[in-house]
Design a protein around this ligand. Structure first.
Ligand code: DAH
Length: 358
Protein backbone atom coordinates (compact mmCIF):
# COMPACT_ATOMS: atom_id res chain seq x y z
CA UNK A 1 0.00 0.00 0.00
CA UNK A 2 1.28 3.42 -0.96
CA UNK A 3 2.35 5.89 1.73
CA UNK A 4 -0.29 8.59 1.32
CA UNK A 5 1.61 11.01 3.56
CA UNK A 6 4.54 10.95 1.11
CA UNK A 7 2.18 11.30 -1.83
CA UNK A 8 0.54 14.40 -0.39
CA UNK A 9 3.88 15.94 0.52
CA UNK A 10 5.24 15.36 -3.00
CA UNK A 11 2.35 16.98 -4.88
CA UNK A 12 1.81 19.81 -2.43
CA UNK A 13 5.49 20.60 -2.67
CA UNK A 14 5.32 20.52 -6.46
CA UNK A 15 2.31 22.88 -6.45
CA UNK A 16 3.82 25.30 -3.95
CA UNK A 17 7.07 25.63 -5.86
CA UNK A 18 5.62 25.82 -9.39
CA UNK A 19 7.30 28.85 -10.94
CA UNK A 20 4.61 29.83 -13.42
CA UNK A 21 0.97 29.28 -14.32
CA UNK A 22 2.09 26.81 -17.00
CA UNK A 23 4.28 24.80 -14.59
CA UNK A 24 1.41 24.71 -12.10
CA UNK A 25 -0.98 23.42 -14.74
CA UNK A 26 1.51 20.66 -15.55
CA UNK A 27 1.57 19.68 -11.87
CA UNK A 28 -2.24 19.58 -11.82
CA UNK A 29 -2.35 17.33 -14.89
CA UNK A 30 0.29 14.97 -13.53
CA UNK A 31 -1.44 14.65 -10.17
CA UNK A 32 -5.15 15.11 -10.80
CA UNK A 33 -5.60 14.90 -14.58
CA UNK A 34 -7.20 11.93 -16.31
CA UNK A 35 -3.94 10.06 -16.29
CA UNK A 36 -2.61 11.70 -13.13
CA UNK A 37 -1.09 9.77 -10.26
CA UNK A 38 -3.85 10.50 -7.73
CA UNK A 39 -6.56 9.81 -10.29
CA UNK A 40 -4.81 6.54 -11.07
CA UNK A 41 -4.96 5.51 -7.42
CA UNK A 42 -8.65 6.42 -7.29
CA UNK A 43 -9.18 3.96 -10.09
CA UNK A 44 -7.61 1.12 -8.03
CA UNK A 45 -10.19 1.53 -5.25
CA UNK A 46 -12.53 -0.93 -6.95
CA UNK A 47 -9.98 -3.70 -6.62
CA UNK A 48 -9.74 -3.39 -2.83
CA UNK A 49 -11.68 -5.25 -0.18
CA UNK A 50 -14.71 -3.23 1.05
CA UNK A 51 -13.43 -2.07 4.49
CA UNK A 52 -9.97 -1.38 3.13
CA UNK A 53 -11.56 0.53 0.25
CA UNK A 54 -13.49 2.77 2.64
CA UNK A 55 -10.50 3.60 4.76
CA UNK A 56 -8.08 4.10 1.86
CA UNK A 57 -10.71 5.94 -0.17
CA UNK A 58 -11.31 8.47 2.61
CA UNK A 59 -7.61 9.08 3.06
CA UNK A 60 -7.03 9.38 -0.66
CA UNK A 61 -9.83 11.94 -0.89
CA UNK A 62 -8.19 14.00 1.84
CA UNK A 63 -4.94 13.93 -0.14
CA UNK A 64 -6.77 14.94 -3.29
CA UNK A 65 -8.44 17.87 -1.48
CA UNK A 66 -5.16 19.00 0.05
CA UNK A 67 -3.37 18.95 -3.31
CA UNK A 68 -6.29 20.74 -5.00
CA UNK A 69 -6.21 23.45 -2.32
CA UNK A 70 -2.46 23.83 -2.69
CA UNK A 71 -2.82 24.22 -6.46
CA UNK A 72 -5.62 26.80 -6.07
CA UNK A 73 -3.71 28.88 -3.59
CA UNK A 74 -0.55 28.78 -5.71
CA UNK A 75 -2.66 29.82 -8.69
CA UNK A 76 -3.93 32.86 -6.80
CA UNK A 77 -0.42 33.83 -5.76
CA UNK A 78 0.94 33.46 -9.29
CA UNK A 79 -2.03 35.49 -10.64
CA UNK A 80 -1.32 38.37 -8.27
CA UNK A 81 2.33 38.25 -9.21
CA UNK A 82 1.40 38.37 -12.91
CA UNK A 83 -0.79 41.44 -12.34
CA UNK A 84 1.96 43.07 -10.32
CA UNK A 85 4.46 42.36 -13.09
CA UNK A 86 2.08 43.82 -15.67
CA UNK A 87 1.47 46.89 -13.59
CA UNK A 88 5.20 47.36 -13.29
CA UNK A 89 5.92 46.89 -16.97
CA UNK A 90 3.01 49.03 -18.15
CA UNK A 91 3.67 51.82 -15.69
CA UNK A 92 3.61 55.36 -17.11
CA UNK A 93 6.06 57.78 -15.58
CA UNK A 94 3.99 60.93 -15.45
CA UNK A 95 6.93 62.89 -14.15
CA UNK A 96 8.84 62.44 -17.39
CA UNK A 97 9.01 65.73 -19.32
CA UNK A 98 6.62 65.97 -22.31
CA UNK A 99 8.07 66.14 -25.78
CA UNK A 100 6.44 69.30 -27.09
CA UNK A 101 8.06 68.90 -30.50
CA UNK A 102 6.01 65.75 -31.00
CA UNK A 103 2.71 67.49 -30.21
CA UNK A 104 0.50 69.78 -32.27
CA UNK A 105 1.20 73.48 -32.60
CA UNK A 106 -0.75 76.53 -31.47
CA UNK A 107 -2.10 78.57 -34.39
CA UNK A 108 -0.56 82.07 -34.68
CA UNK A 109 -4.02 83.61 -34.28
CA UNK A 110 -4.55 81.85 -30.95
CA UNK A 111 -1.05 82.77 -29.84
CA UNK A 112 -1.54 86.41 -30.80
CA UNK A 113 -4.86 86.59 -28.94
CA UNK A 114 -3.17 85.10 -25.87
CA UNK A 115 -0.42 87.71 -26.10
CA UNK A 116 -2.93 90.55 -26.42
CA UNK A 117 -4.86 89.25 -23.41
CA UNK A 118 -1.63 88.92 -21.41
CA UNK A 119 -0.59 92.52 -22.09
CA UNK A 120 -3.98 94.12 -21.47
CA UNK A 121 -4.58 91.76 -18.55
CA UNK A 122 -1.49 93.21 -16.93
CA UNK A 123 -3.02 96.68 -17.34
CA UNK A 124 -6.18 95.53 -15.57
CA UNK A 125 -8.43 94.82 -18.57
CA UNK A 126 -10.98 92.01 -18.47
CA UNK A 127 -12.00 89.92 -21.49
CA UNK A 128 -15.55 90.00 -22.90
CA UNK A 129 -17.11 88.05 -25.75
CA UNK A 130 -20.26 88.47 -27.82
CA UNK A 131 -22.22 86.53 -30.46
CA UNK A 132 -20.93 86.16 -34.04
CA UNK A 133 -24.49 86.59 -35.30
CA UNK A 134 -25.65 90.07 -34.35
CA UNK A 135 -28.74 92.19 -34.70
CA UNK A 136 -28.82 95.48 -36.52
CA UNK A 137 -28.92 97.49 -33.31
CA UNK A 138 -25.71 96.12 -31.79
CA UNK A 139 -23.70 95.90 -35.01
CA UNK A 140 -24.77 99.27 -36.47
CA UNK A 141 -27.51 101.38 -34.88
CA UNK A 142 -26.11 101.71 -31.35
CA UNK A 143 -22.71 102.51 -32.84
CA UNK A 144 -24.10 105.54 -34.62
CA UNK A 145 -23.84 103.95 -38.04
CA UNK A 146 -26.88 105.42 -39.81
CA UNK A 147 -29.08 103.43 -42.17
CA UNK A 148 -27.46 104.85 -45.33
CA UNK A 149 -23.86 104.33 -44.17
CA UNK A 150 -21.67 102.55 -46.76
CA UNK A 151 -20.67 99.89 -44.22
CA UNK A 152 -24.25 98.65 -44.31
CA UNK A 153 -24.35 97.91 -48.00
CA UNK A 154 -24.63 94.41 -49.27
CA UNK A 155 -21.07 94.19 -50.56
CA UNK A 156 -19.63 94.48 -47.06
CA UNK A 157 -22.04 92.69 -44.79
CA UNK A 158 -23.20 89.09 -44.71
CA UNK A 159 -26.95 89.22 -44.08
CA UNK A 160 -29.01 86.31 -42.83
CA UNK A 161 -32.43 85.61 -44.42
CA UNK A 162 -35.08 88.12 -43.30
CA UNK A 163 -37.26 87.24 -40.33
CA UNK A 164 -41.06 87.55 -40.41
CA UNK A 165 -40.94 91.16 -39.28
CA UNK A 166 -38.53 91.92 -42.14
CA UNK A 167 -35.48 92.42 -39.89
CA UNK A 168 -32.23 90.72 -40.79
CA UNK A 169 -29.50 89.43 -38.51
CA UNK A 170 -25.92 89.89 -39.72
CA UNK A 171 -22.57 88.18 -39.24
CA UNK A 172 -20.90 90.87 -37.16
CA UNK A 173 -18.68 93.04 -39.32
CA UNK A 174 -16.51 94.12 -36.36
CA UNK A 175 -16.07 93.42 -32.64
CA UNK A 176 -17.51 96.84 -31.73
CA UNK A 177 -20.97 95.36 -30.90
CA UNK A 178 -19.31 93.76 -27.88
CA UNK A 179 -18.52 97.21 -26.49
CA UNK A 180 -22.22 98.04 -26.84
CA UNK A 181 -23.21 94.87 -24.98
CA UNK A 182 -20.67 95.57 -22.26
CA UNK A 183 -21.92 99.13 -21.67
CA UNK A 184 -25.51 97.85 -21.58
CA UNK A 185 -24.69 95.17 -19.03
CA UNK A 186 -22.02 96.57 -16.74
CA UNK A 187 -21.86 99.80 -14.77
CA UNK A 188 -18.68 101.90 -15.26
CA UNK A 189 -15.81 101.91 -14.60
CA UNK A 190 -15.30 99.61 -17.59
CA UNK A 191 -11.96 98.32 -18.83
CA UNK A 192 -12.32 95.45 -21.28
CA UNK A 193 -10.95 93.92 -24.45
CA UNK A 194 -13.12 91.83 -26.76
CA UNK A 195 -11.29 89.50 -29.14
CA UNK A 196 -13.24 87.45 -31.66
CA UNK A 197 -14.23 86.50 -35.20
CA UNK A 198 -15.59 89.05 -37.65
CA UNK A 199 -16.98 88.71 -41.16
CA UNK A 200 -17.04 90.78 -44.33
CA UNK A 201 -17.80 90.07 -47.98
CA UNK A 202 -14.21 90.41 -49.10
CA UNK A 203 -11.51 87.98 -50.25
CA UNK A 204 -8.03 88.61 -51.66
CA UNK A 205 -4.33 88.59 -50.61
CA UNK A 206 -5.04 90.87 -47.67
CA UNK A 207 -8.73 90.14 -46.95
CA UNK A 208 -10.50 87.01 -45.79
CA UNK A 209 -14.31 86.76 -45.42
CA UNK A 210 -13.70 85.65 -41.84
CA UNK A 211 -11.02 87.36 -39.83
CA UNK A 212 -10.34 88.43 -36.24
CA UNK A 213 -10.43 91.69 -34.39
CA UNK A 214 -9.89 92.83 -30.86
CA UNK A 215 -11.92 95.68 -29.48
CA UNK A 216 -10.93 97.74 -26.46
CA UNK A 217 -13.18 99.88 -24.27
CA UNK A 218 -12.44 102.07 -21.26
CA UNK A 219 -15.24 104.08 -19.64
CA UNK A 220 -15.30 106.11 -16.46
CA UNK A 221 -15.80 109.72 -15.44
CA UNK A 222 -12.46 111.28 -16.29
CA UNK A 223 -10.82 109.13 -18.98
CA UNK A 224 -9.31 111.30 -21.72
CA UNK A 225 -7.34 111.05 -24.93
CA UNK A 226 -4.03 111.07 -23.03
CA UNK A 227 -5.01 107.77 -21.44
CA UNK A 228 -5.88 106.40 -24.86
CA UNK A 229 -2.46 107.38 -26.18
CA UNK A 230 -0.50 105.98 -23.25
CA UNK A 231 -2.45 102.75 -23.21
CA UNK A 232 -1.99 102.03 -26.93
CA UNK A 233 1.64 103.07 -26.88
CA UNK A 234 2.38 100.69 -24.01
CA UNK A 235 0.49 97.93 -25.77
CA UNK A 236 2.26 98.34 -29.12
CA UNK A 237 5.70 98.48 -27.56
CA UNK A 238 5.05 95.39 -25.45
CA UNK A 239 3.42 93.46 -28.29
CA UNK A 240 6.13 94.09 -30.87
CA UNK A 241 8.86 93.88 -28.24
CA UNK A 242 10.35 97.22 -29.31
CA UNK A 243 10.84 99.58 -26.37
CA UNK A 244 11.23 102.76 -28.41
CA UNK A 245 8.68 101.95 -31.14
CA UNK A 246 7.40 105.21 -32.60
CA UNK A 247 3.63 105.77 -32.76
CA UNK A 248 1.68 108.36 -34.75
CA UNK A 249 -1.91 109.26 -33.95
CA UNK A 250 -3.43 110.47 -37.22
CA UNK A 251 -6.89 112.16 -37.27
CA UNK A 252 -9.51 109.94 -38.84
CA UNK A 253 -13.23 109.25 -38.88
CA UNK A 254 -15.40 106.55 -37.32
CA UNK A 255 -19.11 107.05 -36.67
CA UNK A 256 -18.76 105.73 -33.12
CA UNK A 257 -15.90 107.92 -31.90
CA UNK A 258 -15.30 111.66 -31.68
CA UNK A 259 -12.52 112.60 -32.07
CA UNK A 260 -11.26 109.58 -33.98
CA UNK A 261 -7.72 108.58 -34.88
CA UNK A 262 -5.78 105.92 -36.64
CA UNK A 263 -2.52 104.71 -35.16
CA UNK A 264 0.55 104.16 -37.31
CA UNK A 265 3.77 102.56 -36.15
CA UNK A 266 7.20 103.58 -37.39
CA UNK A 267 8.85 101.30 -39.93
CA UNK A 268 11.47 101.06 -42.63
CA UNK A 269 10.40 99.97 -46.10
CA UNK A 270 13.59 100.96 -47.95
CA UNK A 271 15.08 97.46 -48.12
CA UNK A 272 13.47 94.26 -49.33
CA UNK A 273 12.15 93.54 -45.87
CA UNK A 274 9.77 95.58 -43.76
CA UNK A 275 11.51 96.57 -40.52
CA UNK A 276 9.39 97.71 -37.59
CA UNK A 277 10.69 100.38 -35.23
CA UNK A 278 13.22 101.78 -37.72
CA UNK A 279 13.29 104.24 -40.60
CA UNK A 280 10.91 107.05 -41.48
CA UNK A 281 7.88 105.26 -42.87
CA UNK A 282 4.54 104.61 -41.22
CA UNK A 283 2.25 101.61 -41.14
CA UNK A 284 -1.37 101.80 -40.02
CA UNK A 285 -2.31 99.22 -37.40
CA UNK A 286 -5.49 100.24 -35.60
CA UNK A 287 -8.44 102.62 -35.24
CA UNK A 288 -9.44 104.40 -32.05
CA UNK A 289 -11.10 107.41 -30.51
CA UNK A 290 -13.18 108.86 -27.69
CA UNK A 291 -16.52 107.06 -27.52
CA UNK A 292 -19.17 109.23 -29.21
CA UNK A 293 -21.73 110.75 -26.77
CA UNK A 294 -24.52 109.31 -28.92
CA UNK A 295 -23.06 105.83 -28.49
CA UNK A 296 -22.91 106.25 -24.72
CA UNK A 297 -26.54 107.36 -24.76
CA UNK A 298 -27.59 104.47 -27.02
CA UNK A 299 -26.06 102.10 -24.49
CA UNK A 300 -27.84 103.64 -21.53
CA UNK A 301 -24.98 105.75 -20.14
CA UNK A 302 -25.23 109.46 -19.35
CA UNK A 303 -22.71 111.30 -21.61
CA UNK A 304 -22.72 114.19 -19.15
CA UNK A 305 -21.32 111.88 -16.52
CA UNK A 306 -19.29 109.27 -18.38
CA UNK A 307 -16.69 109.29 -21.11
CA UNK A 308 -13.98 107.02 -22.38
CA UNK A 309 -12.08 105.62 -25.29
CA UNK A 310 -12.33 102.65 -27.62
CA UNK A 311 -10.09 101.02 -30.17
CA UNK A 312 -10.24 98.20 -32.67
CA UNK A 313 -7.53 96.30 -34.46
CA UNK A 314 -7.15 93.40 -36.86
CA UNK A 315 -5.48 90.40 -35.27
CA UNK A 316 -4.26 88.79 -38.51
CA UNK A 317 -2.67 92.08 -39.49
CA UNK A 318 -0.59 92.50 -36.35
CA UNK A 319 0.26 88.78 -36.32
CA UNK A 320 1.51 89.02 -39.93
CA UNK A 321 3.63 92.05 -39.04
CA UNK A 322 5.10 90.54 -35.90
CA UNK A 323 5.80 87.08 -37.28
CA UNK A 324 6.58 87.94 -40.88
CA UNK A 325 3.70 85.96 -42.37
CA UNK A 326 3.29 87.27 -45.93
CA UNK A 327 -0.13 85.99 -47.08
CA UNK A 328 -3.33 86.31 -45.05
CA UNK A 329 -5.07 83.44 -46.81
CA UNK A 330 -2.54 80.89 -45.52
CA UNK A 331 -3.97 81.38 -42.00
CA UNK A 332 -7.00 79.32 -43.00
CA UNK A 333 -5.50 76.74 -45.38
CA UNK A 334 -5.07 74.21 -42.56
CA UNK A 335 -1.73 73.27 -44.13
CA UNK A 336 0.27 71.20 -41.63
CA UNK A 337 3.61 72.30 -43.05
CA UNK A 338 2.59 75.92 -42.53
CA UNK A 339 1.47 75.14 -38.97
CA UNK A 340 4.77 73.42 -38.19
CA UNK A 341 6.63 76.47 -39.46
CA UNK A 342 4.53 79.30 -38.04
CA UNK A 343 2.82 77.54 -35.12
CA UNK A 344 3.82 77.82 -31.47
CA UNK A 345 4.74 75.28 -28.81
CA UNK A 346 1.76 74.38 -26.62
CA UNK A 347 3.80 75.11 -23.51
CA UNK A 348 4.84 78.54 -24.75
CA UNK A 349 2.08 80.37 -22.89
CA UNK A 350 2.66 84.09 -23.25
CA UNK A 351 2.72 86.33 -20.19
CA UNK A 352 4.20 89.72 -19.49
CA UNK A 353 6.29 88.47 -16.58
CA UNK A 354 7.09 85.04 -18.06
CA UNK A 355 7.87 86.50 -21.45
CA UNK A 356 5.92 87.21 -24.62
CA UNK A 357 6.66 85.37 -27.82
CA UNK A 358 9.45 86.97 -29.80
N1 DAH B 1 -14.83 98.85 -35.72
C1 DAH B 1 -13.75 99.39 -36.52
C2 DAH B 1 -13.55 98.53 -37.74
O1 DAH B 1 -14.09 97.49 -37.84
C3 DAH B 1 -12.48 99.45 -35.74
C4 DAH B 1 -12.56 100.45 -34.67
C5 DAH B 1 -12.12 101.75 -34.89
C6 DAH B 1 -13.06 100.14 -33.42
C7 DAH B 1 -12.20 102.72 -33.90
C8 DAH B 1 -13.13 101.08 -32.41
C9 DAH B 1 -12.71 102.38 -32.67
O2 DAH B 1 -13.62 100.80 -31.21
O3 DAH B 1 -12.78 103.29 -31.69
O4 DAH B 1 -12.82 98.90 -38.60
Amino acid sequence: MQDLGELEKKWRGAAETAASAEALEAVRVEALGKKGEITGLMKTLGTLAPDERKNFGQQLNLVKDAVTTAIESRKATLGDAAIDARLQSERLDLTLPARPEALGKIHPISQTIDEIIAIFGEMGFGVREGPDIEDDFHNFEALNIPKDHPARQMQDTFYLPAKEDGSQMVLRTHTSPVQVRTMQNEPPPIRVICPGRTYRVDSDMTHSPMFHQVEGLVIDQATHMGHLKGCLQDFCRAFFGIDDLKLRFRPSYFPFTEPSAEVDIGCDRSGRELKLGQGNDWLEILGCGMVHPKVLKNCGLDPEKYQGFAFGMGIERIAMLKYGIPDLRTFYDADLRWMRHYGFMPLDVPSVVGGLTR
